[in-house]
Design a protein around this ligand. Structure first.
Ligand SMILES: Cc1ncc(C[n+]2csc(CCOP(=O)(O)OP(=O)(O)O)c2C)c(N)n1
Length: 318
């Protein structure tokens, strides 16, 4: 199989896993933040990173990012309920903090925005290290309205840091639409910092993947940071329990018609990469894997007092 076909199938697999995680977790936890409709950004960003690179994911997609990075799905899911088997032994939620042992930097304080500066810091460390490492930061459009966005981009530009910033632009910050959140386009801000900006179709997983990989390669060559605006739509609610009654059903339906999984499946079929039977097989396999991991996580034990404060929270695991 060609490299291209392998990549396209892996991207599809990760999109399917992202959707299955939403289905399985969303049914059990009303506080879950679904990435429904945004799977192409999640898979396009997180597939194909090099071990050793720093990854600073958006919280919406954190478990998929941790899984793509090599995390064990059952242990990641155990982290939703603070189980002893989770990577932090129950001490931090895996949907906002991926395992540091996979180079993932999480949303430690819960405040949106500082993660962009963590990424700039990780990129500075990579630059000083001079081993070709890069950092990738993914964040929401609402987060891009925070001062941290401007400070991180400015510092990265001035110091020519190997960092790629990707806005997972789903056009909402909870119930606030982009139109009420910010003026102009996020991609156009890149020019103000003198860094390349690229607007990509965030419902096309290949377009996102190619743009991210291109910007990473550029950063690795020492050519500095880039900003990618991956424009998509949050088809699900802000949380699983959010009915989303602050927007029209016509708007939601319009975006559902551009479902990223259906679009990529059509491409896999038309390019002869997979036939309908193989596509169905892949869907069933991913679904079974996610369900089995969830069952395992649910039956895992809670931690005992031995985990309290005796070692580091984030590194080490079980
Ligand atoms: C500094 C800060 N302000 C507010 C919040 C509360 N909050 C949690 S999620 C969220 C929406 C963020 O929107 P966006 O960055 O667009 O990401 P999305 O949820 O759309 O993926 C907000 C405001 C927070 N966590 N941190």
């Amino acid at each position: 199989m060609s490299n291209r076909n392998e990549t396209w199938i892996a991207l599809h697999r990760l999109m399917l896993a992202t959707r299955e995680l939403d289905r399985v977790i969303g049914a059990a936890d009303g506080h879950w933040h679904p990435a429904l409709g945004e799977e192409a950004v999640v898979a396009g960003c997180y597939h194909g990173l090099r071990q050793g690179d720093a990854l600073v994911p958006h919280y919406r997609g954190m478990i998929a990012a941790s899984y793509a990075r090599g995390g064990d799905l059952a242990r990641l899911l155990a982290g939703l309920e603070g189980k002893a088997t989770s990577y932090t032994r129950g001490r931090y939620r895996s949907d906002v903090c991926g395992p540091i042992e996979f180079g993932i930097i999480g949303l430690y304080s819960g405040a949106l925005g500082p993660t962009l500066e963590y990424a700039a810091g990780a990129a500075l460390a990579a630059k000083l290290d001079a081993r070709g490492g890069v950092a990738l930061a993914v964040f929401g459009d609402g987060t891009a309205s925070r001062g941290n966005f401007h400070e991180a981009l400015n510092l990265a530009a001035v110091l020519c840091l190997p960092v790629v910033f990707v806005c997972q632009n789903n056009q909402f910050a909870i119930s606030t639409s982009s139109a009420r959140e910010h003026g102009g386009r996020i991609v156009d801000r890149a020019a103000g910092f003198g860094v390349p900006g690229q607007l990509v179709d965030g419902n096309d997983v290949v377009a996102v993947h190619d743009a991210v990989q291109g910007a990473i390669a550029r950063a690795r060559r020492g050519e500095g940071p880039a900003l990618i605006d991956a424009f998509t739509y949050r088809v699900g609610g802000h949380m699983a329990s959010d009915p989303g009654n602050y927007r029209s059903s016509e708007e939601v339906e319009k975006w559902k018609a551009r479902d990223p999984i259906a679009l990529h499946e059509a491409r896999l079929l038309s390019e002869g990469v997979l036939d309908a039977a193989k596509i169905a097989e892949l869907r069933a396999a991913v679904s079974a894997e996610v369900e089995a991991a969830m069952r395992k996580a649910q039956s895992d034990p809670m931690p005992g007092p031995e985990v309290l404060g005796l070692d580091r929270v984030f590194a080490g695991g079980v």
